[in-house]
Ligand binder design. Structure first.
Ligand code: AMP
Length: 189
């Protein structure tokens, strides 16, 4: 039996054709429970705390609405400086790469219009600085490297419109509390 209250298709969640086409290609036939619950709220602009196990589809839960808002111009990037519209903070470089790759994959039908950059430590900072020239629509970052790039003026957080703390519990248990506080202080209230 299906429940009328819980959307059972991505179309019912209010996603746009460019995203729906990509989800069909990826063979995502149905939203997972967290996607069905959270995507409409994020599209509506609500703040949200969600808990779900690994493998529950949480990356798409935040990535799809962010991409939709950017493509509709709701999170417009200021290309005059090194600004970013949507910031996704993650605890590890592995997760930064994985989330950025997912976001890029979901963006396939925007014809390169949405710029996503992954930023993490343990690799040369120069390539990341170059990638950030002209800013980015979406940055997926570990806190320490992001702070380094901010101190060298490679990126500014003044125009962040959407913030995601992915695996927030792990970030706090890994001791990122102070870095997170420093980053939050650089964003609009
Ligand atoms: P995540 O929990 O975000 O790490 O996602 C776990 C895996 O599920 C990833 O490989 C996603 O590509 C996949 N996935 C996410 N949402 C769906 C969906 N609605 N249908 C099928 N696969 C999905």
């Amino acid at each position: 039996m299906t429940s009328a209250a819980s959307p059972s298709t991505f179309t019912e969640l209010g996603l746009i054709p460019e995203l729906l086409a990509r989800l069909t290609e990826l063979e995502y036939t149905q939203p997972t429970p967290i996607q069905a619950k959270a995507i409409p709220s994020i599209l509506a602009g609500s703040d949200l705390i969600a808990g779900a196990n690994t493998g529950s589809g949480k990356t798409a839960t935040f990535a799809l609405p962010i991409l939709q808002k950017i493509s509709q111009g709701a999170l417009k990037r200021d290309t005059k400086g090194n600004y970013v519209s949507a910031l996704i903070l993650v605890p590890t470089r592995e997760l930064a790469t994985q989330v950025a790759n997912n976001v890029k994959s979901y963006s396939a039908h925007f014809n390169g219009a949405i710029k996503t950059v992954a930023v993490f430590g343990g690799v040369s900072v120069n390539t990341q600085m170059q990638a950030l020239r002209g800013g980015a629509d979406i940055i997926v970052a570990t806190p320490g490297r992001l702070l380094d790039l901010i101190s060298s003026n490679a990126i500014k957080l003044d125009k962040v419109n959407t913030l995601v703390l992915d695996e927030a519990d792990r970030m706090l248990s890994l001791g990122f509390t102070e870095e997170l506080a420093n980053l939050l202080a650089l964003m609009p209230a």
